[in-house]
Design a protein around this ligand. Structure first.
Ligand code: SF4
Length: 290
């Protein structure tokens, strides 16, 4: 254990000017994640990113850090590696740390793709917590190709339902939208209608940002889209060490989601796209629901 290494840090996504998150902290109990999503953004900066390791720290260290933090700012778990990576089922690390945050009066923003979060509803329902669940598509075949080791879209829907029934506010993250894969209007409608039915009141969405290694994985999983995606992203813009799709296309995609959200009266936000003017949600990350 490195005693000088901070476990909880101010959330700062590479100084991104496009980030609309309110001030908050960031905590990742795991380094790496074995959901193995093709588009995953952590692989360029985490060694062996698809082989997760629990962070090494003591509860005393965690408590000491919490004592120095501002309780008005929520703690986001996690903006990097999914806290409910499959290995969490045996390690129970989240069950160990969640009560410490909650007993110390901290508000939590949980972000995951896993139904494993329902295991901890008994703890989460005692605190001020909002859970964001990513669902990129309801199509099982596409989901398998996109997120090979993550729980199925149906089980993520059931997870949202269980959380909402327990009174824990939720967000669906339709994130990322990848042109030619899950940006079709029917696909977007299917996700939003299904999540609306199980009680979700907000969608936060974004477009796919290319980094060389995630692009290789996406093309390996969807070789038929090589020419199409190369055509789009070769016209894109460089922002924060990633290649974004061209701005007009990004706005068009965000508007497509917003129109469906508006029809269903679901609050809408984008994530690091540069279109805060489109937001109807008070915050993109759910801070206002805590
Ligand atoms: S769940 Fe998140 S951290 Fe895990 S592989 Fe997928 S994109 Fe990466």
């Amino acid at each position: 254990m490195n005693k000088n290494l901070k476990l909880i840090t101010p959330f700062d996504p590479w100084h991104s000017k496009l980030c609309t998150c309110p001030p908050k902290y960031s905590f990742s109990p795991w380094t790496g994640c074995s959901h193995k999503c093709t588009y995953c953004y952590i692989t360029p900066y985490i060694f062996n990113a698809f082989k997760p390791r629990p962070k090494s720290f003591t509860i005393l260290q965690l408590k000491n850090e919490l004592n120095k933090l501002d309780k008005n700012k929520p703690i986001s778990i996690a903006n990097s590696s999914d806290p409910y990576t499959p290995e969490e089922a045996r390690s129970l690390l989240m069950r160990e740390v969640l009560p410490i945050f909650i007993k110390n009066g901290f508000k939590l923003l949980i972000i995951t793709k896993s139904d494993l979060v329902t295991r901890d509803i008994d703890i989460l329902s005692k605190g001020k917590v909002c859970v964001s669940i990513t669902i990129t598509t309801l199509n099982e075949q596409i989901a398998r190709r996109l997120e090979p080791n993550a729980p199925s879209p149906i089980s993520r829907l059931k997870t949202l339902e269980a959380l909402n029934k327990a009174g824990i506010p939720t967000i669906v993250r339709l994130d990322p939208l990848i042109p030619g894969i899950n940006d079709d209007l029917n696909s977007i409608k299917a996700v939003l209608e299904a999540t609306h039915k199980v009680g979700v009141k907000q969608v936060t969405t974004s477009t796919y940002k290319v980094k060389p290694d995630n692009f290789k994985r996406v093309l390996l999983a969807f070789p038929e889209l090589e020419g199409y995606l190369n055509g789009i992203y070769s016209r894109g813009e460089r922002i924060n060490m990633s290649t974004y799709a061209p701005k007009d296309l990004r706005r068009e995609l965000m508007l497509k989601v917003k129109e469906v959200a508006d029809d269903l009266s679901i609050d809408f936000a984008t994530c690091r796209e540069g279109f805060p003017d489109l937001h109807t949600a008070k915050t993109c990350d759910g801070t206002h629901m805590l």
